[in-house]
Design a protein around this ligand. Structure first.
Ligand code: TXA
Ligand code: MG
Length: 320
């Protein structure tokens, strides 16, 4: 696995061209998006997409998100693009909104998890967009973690999970600006149906949007975002006291809170609201593992805006 640094402000042509060549040759490329790093392959190449599932250890019935460079790319993977989908694409793309639509028949069944629908988005990251334009093909890309692990928000996380897998290249553009995954919306009907909460908030989608219970996105059925040590959610402001108490009991405790951890407790992240928790949560969970901590305490944030999606991820991390 080769790691290449790319300046997000000026994505170097050589690195992008090498990554695009690898994708066109049926190889795998990990690349940054505004949400998390993705593990990409040519969405039309059954063999390449199978390699993505194998590298992640991903269940075959969990479909991938196809990434395209622009609205025109949408028509290369989706049939019957609804007026709602067009409106949402115009409002939110490039950006962290994934639209589920009827799939064009030529897309391989591995890409769509054997569903008749396809999930598609235009990512809002200069490196991702440069890669998609250079490769000139739809790129199927799940988050670039081992299945069941927290999504990678840095290139180092990708290497930690996939170092021994046949990944041609990792484009390293530093930490992802948002830090949690895109919102997945079924856009086939009259109103958006939220299948997975994410970086585009329910408020932004408007009053007509509603969430389904189960079955939502196939991926939300699986235990996700799971670090190897237990995670406990505490009320805002109560993290330090609870952490100190557990530390007195002899536990090695990590804290994600609005203030630094007390003596004897590891500060994993200091957060000043939902957006900061979104950006730092997965990194904090991975750091806790590296330090071999016994428990991680995370202070809850308000469940408005991106806070709803972050708390959703956090609850999944605590569900044993
Ligand atoms: O922000 C993101 O969405 C990142 C970056 C790399 O774009 N990708 C990502 O992919 O989080 P992944 O594979 O980790 O999650 C994709 C989610 C899963 O929950 C999957 O079940 C759902 O999208 N999905 C994919 N195709 C679908 C479909 N046809 N119908 C319903 N849900 C679908
Ligand atoms: Mg994932």
């Amino acid at each position: 696995m080769e790691l290449v640094r790319v300046d997000p402000a000026r994505p170097g042509q050589a690195a992008i061209a090498a990554a695009a060549d690898a994708l066109r040759a049926g190889g795998l490329v990990a690349f940054p998006t505004e949400t998390v790093y993705g593990l990409g392959a040519d969405a039309r190449d059954e063999h390449a997409v199978r390699a993505v599932f194998a590298a992640k250890g991903r269940p075959p019935d969990n479909p991938l998100i196809v990434h395209v460079a622009d609205l025109a790319g949408l028509h290369e993977v989706a049939a019957r693009v609804s007026p709602l989908a067009l409106e949402l694409a115009q409002r939110f793309w490039p950006g962290p909104l994934t639209l589920v639509l009827d799939a064009l028949e030529h897309l391989p069944a591995v890409t769509t998890g054997h569903l008749t629908t396809v999930a598609v988005r235009v990512p809002d990251h200069p490196v991702a967009l440069a890669l998609l334009r250079a490769a000139a093909l739809p790129v199927a890309a799940p988050s670039a973690n081992r299945s069941g692990r927290p999504s990678p928000t840095t290139a180092a996380h990708v290497v930690a999970d996939l170092d021994h897998e046949p990944v041609a290249l990792v484009l390293d553009a530093g930490p992802c600006p948002i830090g949690i995954e895109s919102t997945v919306v079924d856009a086939r009907g009259q109103a958006p149906v939220i299948l997975r909460e994410g970086a585009v908030t329910r408020e932004a989608l408007g009053d007509a949007a509603h969430a389904v219970g189960s079955p939502a996105s196939p991926g939300t059925r699986y235990r996700h975002y799971a670090p190897s040590c237990p995670v406990e959610i505490v009320a805002a402001g109560h993290g330090p006291d609870r952490a100190a108490a557990l530390a007195r009991d002899g536990l090695r405790v990590g804290l994600v809170a609005g203030e630094p951890a007390p003596e004897g407790v590891t500060t994993l992240a200091i957060i000043d609201g939902p957006a900061a928790l979104a950006r730092l949560l997965y990194e904090a969970l991975r750091t806790a593992e590296i330090h071999g901590l016994d428990i991680v305490l995370v202070e809850a944030v308000a469940e408005t805006g991106i806070g709803r999606a972050v708390m959703d991820r956090l609850r999944r991390a605590t569900a044993g």
